[in-house]
Ligand binder design. Sequence first.
Ligand code: CA
Length: 232
Amino acid sequence: MIAMSKPRILIIEDERDLCDVLSYNLHREGYETFVAHDGQEGLRKAQMHLPDLIILDLMLPRLDGLEVCRQIRAGKQSHGIPIIMLTAKGEEMDQVVGFSVGADDYVTKPFSPKVLLQRIRALQRRSDNSTESKDVLEHLGVVLDKIKHRATVNNHELDLTPTEFRLLECMLRQPGRAFTRQQLMDFAIEEGAIVLERTIDVHIKSLRRKLGGESEFIETVRGVGYRFREGS
Ligand code: CA
C-alpha cells in the first residue's frame, strides 16, 4: 500500500459555487483539494502538482475540458492521473469524445456529491488494483519480487537496503510518472522517521550505483524529483 498522505484532488470547474460544494464535501471525506477556474490554469496546476485525481469540467473558459484532458494525457508526468469529467445534460456526444481523449469516467450535471464520491472511490480502487497489488513488477529488465523481497536487473541480483527496495518499487509501479521527493519519502521511509527531503537524493544515488550500467533508468526530473524511465 502506498502510505501517502491525504489523496490530492484537483477540481477544474468555472462554476465557483459548484467548486465550493465539491471542496467542502471532499474535505469532509478526507481529501485534499485545490481548484482552478479555467482550462489553462487547470492544466498548469495539473502538471505542477501532479494530483492523485482530477475532476474536470467539460465546458471551461480559455481551454475546454477535452483539450485539457488531451494535454494531461499527453504530458510525460501527468499522463496516468485518473480523470473524471463533468458534463451537462445533452452533451452525450461529448461524453463519448471525452472517453476517446482519455477520461476515465464522467458524471452528468446536476449530480449529488454522494454520486461523485462513489465514482472517485471506484476509480481509486481501480487504479489501486492495477498498480498496487502486483507482487512482481517488471520493466526494462528490472524485476522486483515483493514476495521474495528480491530485485534483479538482467537476472543479476541487486543487494538493496529496505529503503532502496521501496524506492525502486514506488517508481517501478508507474514507469514514466514523476514522483516528488515528498511522495517518495512517504512511500519509502518508515513511518515516524524524521528525514530531510534531500535524504532521498542520497538513497537514489546509492540505488543508481547498484543498478550499475542501468543507472540511467532512474531519471532526475528537474524541479520535481525522480521517475523510472518509461521506454528503452
Ligand atoms: Ca463549465
